[in-house]
Design a protein around this ligand. Sequence first.
Ligand code: 5GP
Ligand code: ZN
Length: 104
Amino acid sequence: MDCIFCKIVSGEFGTEFVTQNEHAVAFKDINPQAKVHILVVPRDHTSNVSELDSADSLLGLFELIREVAKEQTDGQFRLQFNTGSREGQSVFHTHAHVLSAQSN
Ligand code: 5GP
Ligand code: ZN
C-alpha cells in the first residue's frame, strides 16, 4: 500500500516526531494552518477515525493527543478529524489535527 503516513510512521522519510507512544506518533504538519499545527497519527493503518475500533488504539491515540495539547499549546486548541474527501480529508490514514493560536 502506498500510504504517505505509513511511510512517515515507519521512519522512511526521517520525519522528526514531536512525541510518540506505543500506538501513535505526532509530527508537525508540513503546511501549518495555525501557530501550532501537529498531526497525531496511529501507527497502524486505518483510513479514517470511524474505522478505529480497537480500545487500545483509541486510548493510545487520545493519550498522545492530550500530551501534545498539554506540551505544545497553552491549553486552548482545536482537535479535528477530517473524514472523507468532501469533508476535507486528503490523506487516507487516520490522523487528528491539533491546532492552536498559541504555543506553550
Ligand atoms: P487532511 O487534509 O487529510 O485532514 O490532512 C492531511 C494533512 O497532512 C494536511 O494538513 C497536510 O498539510 C499534511 N501532510 C501531507 N503530507 C505531509 C507530509 O509529507 N509531511 C507532513 N508533516 N505533513 C503532511
Ligand atoms: Zn497508512
